[in-house]
Design a binder for this molecule. Structure first.
Ligand code: FBP
Length: 554
């Protein structure tokens, strides 16, 4: 028996809140349907690929229906990176299914999509679920980044479901995993399996959001954890007054996490990748702007500061983006260069192999980077063919380039300060934290909503809970057709239908609020120290939503 900390023990008894329609009616709700929907772009291609799930209506729950539901066997997988609250989605799903019919069974497939294809299942009994209520992590059934993509993968998934009598699958994942859920829903309909597929919006990155989905789960908790740590570093910076701290933050391409943490902690600088791309800034221009702030602070005797860096930055600098696209194509499984590249064991041989194949401009951008970064850019791609930005040490790259530039200013007599830098990377620290009250409630509601959608016979939907700035009782639950969020994007060298990633909107309130204050933060020392997540205490301290959600929807 695992030893539980006092907080874990107290937290196990926390009853997550549900939207009133579910708290009062259980999963027996009437489904109100909108007009048929369209995809966010590329309608003809998306309709052609998803003939039976394209155009489905948005579904909203209302009080009303009483149904006799047979016992159901439902399978669930966690897919992609960890995000706080995943266990509560499963708990909400479990409780919703048991409320539909106490004889229903929830099967967890272990290790993500792979567990489904290879049939590694575990029955998620009441006792198992109770042990994980309100806990962080995905350790109940683990996750994986595999995809169900080849015909044999789909066939294996159907065979697993047939073996267990699974009537519905719930995929808890981000944009790529839910794209996969949409393909699976279409396949199940094409093959008349009768198996429903429902997704749930997960990712700390905050990039699975749109008109209908206000936020993905995990973003709230992860950004609160990072903001606590950034606040602590800020206080250290202001106490010691001798270091510049460069903090890279997870979030993959989008800068939502960096922006949210900046709004919570008011650092001296926060780079927003989407702005760098919009201004078409070169790496040198990005560095020059940082150097200007460091020099200005040095003139006031402030040789310290805090800089937030989104982990996807390098992909948004135009010359680097072009380079990364070429590298992704060169290193894709379909590339004729790949087998030879893989056969090389030494880094310098790999560098040579790739450099010869790059266009002159990409080759120039590549050779301008330090050796370590070049090698990191050649590292393994993720299963979707993208470079793994969490492995690229952009914070160290910037420190090096800034150090060189300041040295030149020193020689020219235009800088007299002292530059001593510390590099940090915050990512894994936040992904498995115990969910905040917001995430605990939101996740439980998402899981319970998925059960109600299954009870209502729906497939090809993403579980949705909206109106999130209001008290939980006023939240609105329902389902969004997965095809509604899709467009075509380039993957593995070809145009593929995928759920559109939400990047930071430079016209949106969160960015504008940040932009209006950043000059003052750069010059002064206006740090804010949010402190650790509080689970018990006054609602103002425990139940607040993220700044991003408040500014976008509040
Ligand atoms: P998901 O998009 O799957 O939720 O993953 C998010 C993330 O935490 C990114 O922020 C990060 O770049 C990536 O996962 C790291 O992946 P890994 O866990 O494979 O190192």
């Amino acid at each position: 028996m695992a030893t539980l900390s006092p907080l874990q023990q107290a937290r196990a008894g926390y009853p997550p809140k549900l939207p009133a329609v579910l708290a009062e009616n259980g999963p027996f709700v009437a489904l109100t349907e909108s007009e048929p929907t369209t995809s966010v772009a590329d309608a003809d291609e998306i309709r052609a690929q998803f003939p039976q799930t394209y155009g489905l209506p948005v579904v909203t729950f209302a009080p009303g229906a009483q149904r006799d539901t047979e016992p159901l066997v439902v399978g669930v997988i966690l897919s992609g990176g960890q995000a706080p609250g995943g266990h509560n989605v499963i708990a909400g799903l479990h409780d919703g299914l048991k409320d539909l019919n106490p004889e229903s069974t929830l099967l967890g497939f272990k290790g993500g999509p792979q567990g489904l294809m290879k049939d590694r299942s575990v029955v998620l009994t009441e006792a198992v679920i109770d042990a994980y209520r309100n806990t962080g992590g995905f350790d109940m059934i683990q996750s994986g980044r595999d995809k169900i993509e080849k015909p044999e993968d789909f066939a294996a998934t159907v065979a697993t479901c047939a073996r267990h009598g699974v009537r519905a699958l719930v995929v808890i994942g981000g944009d790529d995993s839910n794209t996969n859920a949409c393909l699976l829903a279409q396949y199940m309909l094409d093959h008349q399996t009768g198996i429903q597929v429902i997704g749930c919006p997960k990712t700390i990155d905050g990039d699975l959001k749109n008109e209908q989905i206000e936020v993905s789960f995990g973003f709230d908790t992860a950004t609160k954890v990072y903001s606590e740590l950034i606040g602590n570093i800020e206080r250290d910076a202001n106490s010691a007054q001798k270091y510049w701290h460069f903090i890279k933050l997870m979030g993959r391409s989008a800068s939502h996490i960096a922006l949210e943490c900046a709004l919570q902690t008011q650092p001296n600088i926060c780079i927003i990748s989407e702005e760098v791309a919009a201004r078409r800034q070169t790496l040198k221009q990005v560095v020059d702007e940082l150097v200007a702030v460091i020099r200005a602070r040095a003139e006031k005797g402030r040789d310290f500061g805090v800089v937030l860096i989104p982990e996807g930055l390098i992909e948004f600098i135009p010359e680097m983006q072009a380079l990364i696209h070429e590298l992704n194509d060169l290193l894709s499984e379909k590339s004729p260069t790949k087998p030879y590249f893989d056969s090389l064991t030494h880094g310098d041989e790999r560098l040579q192999c790739v450099s010869q194949k790059l266009s002159p401009s990409a080759s120039q951008a590549f050779s301008s980077l330090p050796l370590g970064i070049q090698l990191q850019l050649l590292g393994d791609r993720d299963p979707h063919g993208n470079v793994q930005v969490s492995r690229i040490e952009t914070e160290k790259l910037l420190i090096d380039l800034i150090g060189d530039a300041l040295q030149e200013h020193k020689v020219a007599g235009t800088y007299k300060g002292k530059f001593s830098a510390q590099a940090h990377f915050l990512g894994y620290e936040g992904r498995c934290a115990a969910p905040s009250n917001f995430d605990a409630d939101y996740c439980y509601s998402l899981g319970y909503t998925a059960a109600a959608l299954i009870g209502g016979g729906k497939t090809g939907y993403l579980s949705s809970v909206r109106n999130l700035c209001a008290p939980a009782s006023e939240w609105e639950a329902g389902g969004i057709p997965l095809t509604m969020m899709m467009n075509l994007e380039r993957r593995h060298g070809a145009a593929k239908p995928v759920i559109r990633k939400a990047l930071v909107d430079l016209d949106g309130k969160p960015f504008k609020t940040f932009a209006a204050q950043r000059q003052a933060w750069a010059e002064g020392t206006e740090y804010v120290y949010p402190g650790p997540i509080q689970y018990f205490g006054p609602p103002a301290v425990c139940d607040g939503v993220s700044q991003t959600l408040r500014l976008e929807r509040g």
